[in-house]
Design a protein around this ligand. Sequence first.
Ligand code: GLN
Length: 264
Amino acid sequence: MPHTLRLGWLYPKLMSTYGDRGNVICLQRRAQWRGLKVEIIPLDQSADAEVFTTVDLIVGGGAQDRQQELVMRDLQGAKAEALKHQLDQGTPGVFTCGAPQLLGHYYEPALGQRIEGLGLLDLISKHPGPEARRCIGNVVFEVVASPLKEALQTQVGAVPLVIGFENHGGRTYLQSVSPLGKVKTGYGNNGEDGYEGAFHQNTIATYAHGPLLPKNPFLADWLLKTALERKYQETITLEPLDDQLAEQARSSMLRRLGLAEAIS
Ligand code: GLN
């Protein structure tokens, strides 16, 4: 029997801006290329809290304020508790842009009322208003969160820079949660403090679309390995894949952004 992963996808129809669906496809393909089976489970209005407890790995993409508000209104009560419990217990996940905003304490949209979040991540997010400049462009950051940083070091022999594309109006301010990374170029969480994203248990929260995982395949493999090891309680060694195309794209972007010295 091949190992199987149940990949939960948060509100696929409402939260999938800027190609974030690519993160789901990337995880699915990289698993399949190693002979693993992946079932994709929508975690949305049609799913009850029970479904949230059955997944091994969770992906949440970005959304514009309106869609995000619809999600935040639906993701309440037993469903919210189930998701929070899963992530708090170490189910790995990757959450981009609007998704981390809803995992924090609250999000204040450009217009309208503050929306309460899940409170899983000790952070808050605020949009300074429709006239404020959006944070748009390529973003590159160095992973500083432990133990992710150490795990990547073991996995690929170095801590590679993460490359993404950001497009957000909201600004995120971390409280006690640890940052995912430190910005080399771009805005990151708020364009002020130099931090990018957040990391809690095995939850990666980031403003980097890209989509993130095809541009940074080492993160996809870390998520797969972590999910499989938690589920099967054994050491998993993933077969290496041919990532030459991704490597070329990474080098070309690093060169373009003046970070050629970081090319491995
Ligand atoms: N609504 C959020 C903002 O503008 C998220 C945007 C996104 O997910 N790309 O900050």
